[in-house]
Design a binder for this molecule. Structure first.
Ligand SMILES: [Zn+2]
Length: 253
């Protein structure tokens, strides 16, 4: 029994509005640029939310937070332009800094109530070996904001009416259940990632890109390939929002 079918929820590629929330300025491209390009091509409105300012993304000898934040704010816009993102919201929490999941969640509830997305996307906070605090906080904040977005006791209605977020998609998941053919977008994914010059335009890029390409080809082979086909795929854990609470089988679905 697939509860998402029972609830009549659309497939990931059929949604018309998506909010994609990233801990750092480059995570959405690494995790999902191919799928986001496909969605934009199908007419989906994609909104980016970036939780932290990217000020700890040191490269080379540049360690000045203000310089990094300025550079990376521009890179978010450049990468978003390659993907075709409609709008960007920067929450401005300090990269690697002292802020709480609750603070992020509160901001996200307001964004979700305003944009009214059919699905929200982010990093998977339950990836077993994820150690980065910004990733864990962001993933949990998105899941909990989706769950409580229509709760007027916890988050009283202000200027924006309540909204029920129907589904959540996690990239970088160890338990993916949805695979998207992104073969035609693979080179553009690379372009979108390279818009983050401060992070990727360096001698390590060939190794990273080679690794990502190999993983994407393996995902395609395992989950999408016919007898002769080959290509690139991205993987997601897509859950109905109601599977995010008291739903032990969610890990297997
Ligand atoms: Zn990150």
């Amino acid at each position: 029994m697939d509860i998402r079918v029972l609830l009549g929820l659309p497939d990931l590629l059929m949604v018309r509005t998506l909010v994609c929330v990233q801990p750092h300025p480059d995570d959405n491209e690494v995790g999902a640029a191919g799928t986001l390009l496909e969605l934009v091509g199908r007419g989906c409105e994609v909104v980016y939310v970036t939780v932290t300012d990217g000020g700890a993304g040191a490269f080379g000898e540049v360690t000045d937070r203000e310089v990094l934040v300025a550079l990376r704010s521009q890179e978010i816009l450049d990468a978003g332009a390659v993907v075709g993102v409609k709008r960007q919201v920067n929450l401005g929490f300090p990269d690697g800094g002292d802020y709480t999941e609750e603070q992020v969640r509160e901001k996200l509830v307001q964004v979700f109530r305003e944009v009214r997305p059919e699905i929200v996307m982010t990093v998977d906070p339950w990836m077993p070996y994820e150690a980065h605090p910004d990733h864990v906080k962001t993933g949990l904040a998105v899941a909990r904001a989706a769950m409580f977005c229509d709760n007027a006791v916890l988050y009283p209605v202000g200027e924006r009416p309540l909204w029920s977020v129907p589904q959540v998609a996690f990239y970088a998941s160890s338990h993916p259940n949805t695979f998207v053919d992104v073969s035609v977008h693979w080179q553009d994914k690379g372009r979108a990632m390279l818009a983050h010059q401060s992070q990727f335009d360096n001698e390590q890029w060939p190794v990273l890109w080679g690794y990502l390409s190999m993983s994407a080809r393996a995902l395609f082979d395992q989950h999408l390939a016919g007898p002769e086909a080959s290509g690139h795929a991205e993987a997601f854990k897509v859950l109905a929002t109601r599977q995010l609470h008291f739903y032990p089988s969610a890990i297997y679905e």
